[in-house]
Design a protein around this ligand. Structure first.
Ligand code: NAD
Length: 342
């Protein structure tokens, strides 16, 4: 399955299928250099045997400018030049990092992604946002630049730990909630196939989500409008993530429930929608409530204030499959969060 993501400046070929056959088709004749993490390198060592590869330590803590610097150094040592082609192969940390390195090394190399996690395939590789964290803040240094190709092979899920699968699940629920009521019903109706990671079902699911996110990105690549709805549950979710060090998906799941409850208190949605959100999150074995003290959430939202000023674009839910943006002050948001925790 394949489609072209077309933005103003660039075309990106998105493929869902078997890596072994696709890589032969897509790998350019230029010198190709792979960037991956130590986990993926170890698990898929046979794949890397005949490939020039830069290996970095796995995990979010390594999505930093220091790792970018290390990769630049390695590229220079290898004698990479402007014609070299970079391929990021791994989860979202690696594709975000590799995209940033490729966009900046020698003023820009061409690049491609091979995504190996559910979160990566559903979300991180689509849309051209590349970048790294600075201090505790996510994706502060970054670019928007599309790769030449993306390969999403669902057979990578065979080795993906449950916790990592759950991280991706939270993002796919988000897509249904904000933009896809029909997909939501299809997902619920085929839930068993999802839990066993059925390869054919997963391929269809990934393709569907890639088309959905691509549609949003094509309309608003630089997030001036509609693309903002992809942040549903993330303002509070990131605050919870920072305070608890919970896995991203678990924090976002709680953030989405809180965002739904806030939407109800603001009068945008009804109780039935909130209950639907809670039900799907619990069915996916993600946490639907946070036992974090309200003070911690508030103080973490306060950290956002220092970074982004007092105004935020809060993404509210109207009904399943329909979201909107309400600009409000963080003070107002804090007040409503307090009301929920009363
Ligand atoms: N660019 C975007 O638009 C966008 C969107 C969403 C998320 N992200 C970013 O994505 C990152 C999270 O991505 P992630 O959840 O994929 O995390 P990750 O890249 O850290 O991968 C999670 C873990 O799984 C391991 N792993 C990867 N593939 C595996 C496989 N097939 N089998 C076994 N283990 C495997 C990795 O080594 C790592 O330890 C965050 O930094 C987030 O900011 C970016």
């Amino acid at each position: 399955m394949q489609f072209t993501l077309q933005t103003r400046h660039k075309k990106c070929e998105v493929h869902v299928g078997q890596l072994s056959s696709l890589i032969r088709l897509l790998m350019p004749s230029n010198r190709c250099i792979f960037v991956t993490d130590d986990n993926v390198f170890k698990i898929y060592k046979d794949f890397f045997i005949d490939k020039e590869t830069i290996v970095v330590d796995n995990g979010e803590a390594n999505k930093t400018l220091q790792t970018v610097h290390e990769v630049y150094n390695q590229l220079m040592k290898m004698g990479a030049d402007r014609k070299s082609f970079l391929i990021g192969m791994g989860g979202g940390v690696i594709t975000d990092l590799a995209g940033f390195v490729a966009s900046t090394f020698m003023r820009g190399l061409r690049f491609g992604f091979i995504s190996t996690t559910l979160l990566g395939q559903i979300d991180a590789v689509i849309g051209g946002k590349n970048g790294v964290n600075v201090n505790q803040f996510k994706n502060i240094a970054g670019t928007i630049n599309q790769p030449d190709f993306i390969i999403n092979d669902p057979s990578f899920f065979k080795t993906l730990p449950e916790k990592e699968f759950a991280n991706g699940t939270a993002e796919l629920i988000k897509h249904y909630l904000i933009a896809d009521a029909a997909g939501f019903e299809w997902f619920k109706g085929n839930f068993h196939l999802f839990t066993i990671r059925d390869p054919e079902f997963m391929a269809n699911l990934i393709y569907h989500h890639n088309k959905l996110k691509a549609g949003i990105v094509e309309t608003d690549e630089t997030e001036l409008g509609i693309r903002k709805i992809l942040n549903f549950g993330h303002t509070i979710g990131h605050a919870i993530e920072r305070e608890t060090k919970l896995p991203h998906g678990f924090a976002i799941a709680q953030g989405m429930v809180l965002a739904a409850k806030i939407s109800r208190l603001l009068g945008f949605t009804d109780n039935h929608t909130v209950m639907e959100v809670i039900a799907i999150i619990e069915r996916c074995k993600l946490p639907s409530y946070s036992d974090l003290p309200i003070e911690s959430i508030i103080s973490s939202l306060g950290a956002d204030k220092k970074k982004a000023g007092n105004k935020i674009d809060f993404v509210y839910l109207e009904s399943i499959g329909k979201a909107g943006i309400h600009t409000m002050s963080l003070d107002e948001l804090e007040k409503i969060v307090k009301q929920i925790f009363k």
